[in-house]
Design a protein around this ligand. Structure first.
Ligand code: FES
Length: 580
């Protein structure tokens, strides 16, 4: 198909055609797409092609967090499409650099929209002629887009849309864009509009999405009226259309020939502080907007590595609800012993300030489990949990959010939690003993299995760990988000590292981290938090046994000993061989 428009946005399917745990198929300019919604509600539009062997992803399984290819089981994460699991390398923390080609996506006005070019700015959408739009069933018409658009210019209907109505002859036709037109017919109480959005599926097929302005209470009658007329038009076009323009679609055409691919998780994003406000005593909220207009879909529990105005990189959880896709909101507590990160955010990150951040792997996701979610937050630890609670609330799931604060003045994001009602339990001004007794009660009172998600100050997390152990909960059901690693990273015996590719051998003395020793010897290793939290300095281990001191790797990844975080971890064995 010639003249492929990579810069425009197209409505691919109606939102109702994309339920949870489903994978839908769409076609755009002859290229096949796989569409799926993750369990947080975020929609993915991907090239319908597994990067492993090129097979169709629409035949795969939507696990709620990943799309798993049916053939060899490779899984790709919602959002950036990075490979998350390869059955043949099941112990590998980063199984493959493979990445599905993802398209920018937006869900507006009852449709899922996408564009080919990742640098295309999201337009002001106007899919529906009015807020009171009745979305019609989409119809695939035979014929190229120009032919279908010309036929739709003569589309006429009755503004009453009653069963016996006769289509009116006079109408006003407005061309809104190359892919969109509106027909207006005057009814008894004003104009009745039909807006058509056309999707050039292939050279010989155009998908027609339509919405009618009007009273939603009469929607069934309106839908029937237009279904009849559109079916009539479809048959006419099918009879006229030459079979020579239909395309063979059994061969997948790789999209990466028309738009470039990217590596998963590597890109930083420049954003602007859109607004800021005081959330509670000592906590400032910031709403961030991407300068390019694009934000990756981020799941509840995720955080960003944000370069603060001081130049220091800090980790901040997003507090977004699943439907908030245009901007990111974070909460920043002014730390009394700030080394410049939070202090510079409070002092200098004013509206209009540009900041850079990198979205990271979500190490604190909501798990797909029938166990009852118990969310426990202390102070500023509410940020990831308020996002998770909003996701659970939006999905209609029951949960409890226990929020420990020093006083009512320290409650943050109260407006986001207003809808939770009795699912939110506030605990103000508790002593450590009172906190322990509340947690003991919370974790032992339920007869059903629970899963705990907790974020807060270190002593509180230690108490939670003790209570869950006393309650006999398995470690896998107790999930922590940690933003400060209090371990002493330099403490420990000296060890030697051999660099497999570089050929050097380096000694890491007591009192120095592996990261510092590598830098001292001129070996560049990417790093950010330097606390074993963000994942930036992940280094592959070829042989030897690391002593893991980070909060980033999963217990399984730590047990596999195939990678380590150079900023904090050391060695149990005398020597490590690193893939550097
Ligand atoms: S720099 Fe963040 S984990 Fe090492």
């Amino acid at each position: 198909m010639n003249n492929i428009d990579t810069r425009s946005w197209f409505p691919l399917v109606r939102s109702t055609e994309l339920p949870y745990r489903h994978v839908a198929h769409a076609q755009l300019f002859g290229y096949e797409l796989a569409l799926w919604r993750d369990d947080t509600g975020a929609v993915n539009v991907w090239e319908n092609r597994c990067p492993h062997r090129g097979l169709r992803l629409t035949l795969g399984t939507n696990t709620g967090t990943d799309l798993q290819c049916r053939y060899h089981g490779w899984s790709f994460e919602s959002g950036d499409g990075g490979c998350s699991f390869v059955p043949a390398h099941r112990d590998d923390s980063e199984p493959s650099k493979a990445c599905v080609l993802t398209l920018p996506v937006s869900e507006r006005n009852g449709f899922v929209w996408a564009a080919f070019d990742p640098d295309t700015t999201e337009p002001q959408f106007s899919a529906s002629p009015s807020k009171q739009a009745i979305v019609l069933r989409s119809v695939a018409m035979q014929g190229p887009l120009e032919r279908v658009r010309a036929a739709l210019e003569h589309y006429r209907y009755s503004p009453k849309a009653a069963e016996t109505s006769v289509p009116t002859n006079s109408a006003e036709v407005s061309h809104l864009s190359s892919y969109s037109l509106r027909i207006s017919v005057l009814g008894e109480s004003g104009p009745v509009d039909v807006q058509f959005n056309l999707l050039p599926a292939s050279a010989g097929k155009t998908l027609v999405h339509a919405a009618v302005s009007g009273d939603a209470s009469a929607s069934e009658v309106v839908r029937q009226h237009h279904a009849f007329l559109l079916e009539d038009l479809r048959r006419t076009l099918a009879a006229e259309c030459s079979p020579t323009v239909t395309e063979q679609t059994d061969q997948l055409k790789p999209i990466r020939f028309i738009v470039p691919n990217k590596q998963a998780g590597s890109a930083s994003i420049i954003c602007e502080v859109l607004r800021r406000w005081k959330e509670s005593d000592g906590v400032m909220a910031f709403e961030l907007r991407s300068i390019s207009g694009k934000l990756p879909p981020m799941q509840a529990g995720a955080h960003i590595n944000l370069r603060t105005p001081s130049g220091l990189v800090r980790q901040y959880s997003i507090v977004n609800a699943p439907t908030e896709r245009a901007t990111l909101t974070i909460g920043v507590k002014l730390e009394p012993d700030s080394r410049g990160g939070s202090a510079s955010m409070h002092a200098s990150a004013l509206p209009g300030t540009h900041l850079e951040f990198v979205p990271t792997r979500n190490t604190f996701p909501l798990l797909d489990t029938p166990k009852y979610p118990v969310l426990i937050a202390g102070g500023i630890g509410i940020t990831p949990l308020v996002s998770m609670a909003q996701a659970l609330h939006a999905a209609g799931k029951d949960f409890r959010l226990h929020y420990f604060v020093r006083s009512d003045e320290h409650v943050s994001f109260a407006s986001r939690m207003a809808a939770f009602q009795d699912k939110l339990v506030l605990h103000a001004a508790c002593t450590p003993q009172e906190t322990k007794s509340i947690l003991d009660q919370v974790l032992t009172q339920s007869s059903q299995p629970q899963i705990v998600y907790a974020c807060g100050p270190g002593p509180m997390l230690t108490t939670i760990r003790a209570c869950t152990q006393a309650a006999g909960m398995p470690d896998a059901d107790v999930r922590f988000e940690i933003f400060r690693n209090d371990k002493d990273f330099g403490d420990g015996k000296p060890f030697t590292v051999k660099l497999k590719r570089n050929g050097q051998t380096i000694t890491v003395p007591r009192g120095e981290t592996l990261l510092a020793a590598l830098k001292r010897n001129g070996i560049p290793v990417e790093a950010s938090c330097e606390q074993g939290i963000c994942g930036s300095c992940l280094t592959r281990v070829s042989s030897g046994v690391p002593e893991h001191r980070d909060s980033y790797l999963t217990p399984q990844e730590k047990a596999a000993n195939t990678c380590m975080m150079a900023c904090v971890s050391r060695a149990i064995s005398e020597e490590l061989e690193l893939d550097l």
